[in-house]
Ligand binder design. Sequence first.
Ligand code: F6P
Length: 405
Amino acid sequence: MAHNVIVGQSGGPTAVINASLAGVFSKARELGADRIYGMINGIEGLLNGKYCDLEEKITSKEDLSVLCQTPSSFLGSCRFKLPEPEAGNEIYDKLFNILAELEIEVFVYIGGNDSMDTIKKLSKYAGLIGSTIKFMGAPKTIDNDLAVTDHTPGFGSAAKYIATVIKEIIRDSYVYNLKSVTVVEIMGRNAGWLTGASVLAKGTDCPGPDLIYLPEVPFDMDNFVAKVKKLTEEKGNVVVAVSEGVTLADGRNICEIDGEIEGLDAFGHKILSGAASFLAKYLAKNLGVKTRAIELNTPQRAASHIASLTDVQEAFMTGAFAVQGGFSGKTGEMAIICRNEGEYKSYADSFDINKIANEVKQVPIEWICEDGTYVTDEFVSYVLPLIQGEPQLIYKNGLPAHLSL
Ligand code: F6P
């Protein structure tokens, strides 16, 4: 029997998801895998027979280094929900036939909550039909909302980008001597980890954002307007960080107030966008001050030019750990990051996927200030180590080089 590995990437990408792919690839090679396949566009692509031989795509040490600094999913992604596993199901039959043809021993899926649902279902189905294929998850998500793991690869780099950009936005906002409000919208549907990370802009050279709103606390429009009004009167220029997932007490997202949202994705998540734009217009109308809306949008998950070295290394580590776990006989688990007590140090382990898939880890309420408009020092202590270090980038024609499929 061949020792073959197949790896896929799924869900929204990050700046370091390909470092996890590089970790899977390198470790699989080191452990003597015969073939290392990549699913193209995740499990959805695989179902349509789309995969590649990764050794034909990553052909040198430099390719591997460039892969680690290439943002977005090298193999392409999907948001594809598998049905509940039951013996004889057509989709599972098809998938397991493809995996049998490719003589797969270890299957690694790099993704967030929804992708871990895929690993959970595939490992359960393998159990139902007596398949020996090992199914392992490798974590990724800028949202940092996966349970059990201390944090997720992708979060540290997005946090570093956000804090950097917020610092620059605050500088720019002070340039004119007039009252102004800048509202910055940050990703994170159900958890405010990333929006909270805007606090890291604060230091001896920057006052940091004035207000930070997370989805963990219901948003009160009147209170918001009153707070911003007071701040503009006191200091003139105000910068607000707001999560795309912030909701009113009645459950509506900010971006749903003045219209319909764009719809739902395959997992039933609302497609969110427009909170900053709505709030900026609302403030301009109600306070008569100059306002700007900035939606950080995809750059926050693609900005590998300012990735955190810690994040890149941990992404690699979890990818490697997942494939190693599979080869050592583990299945239905996800690689996790554990943090040592004291000075920051991390190491990998793995954990039962059933305790992780479909769970959402939010910011602990005690790390959010009482009035819901800022985060605490504990939050800062948690995030600060994750943005440390800068990778040495390889440049081509003055720009960071990327590896393409
Ligand atoms: O994967 C997480 C995430 O980046 C969220 O923060 C964001 O709301 C969502 O994905 C966006 O999804 P899509 O890539 O489908 O636009």
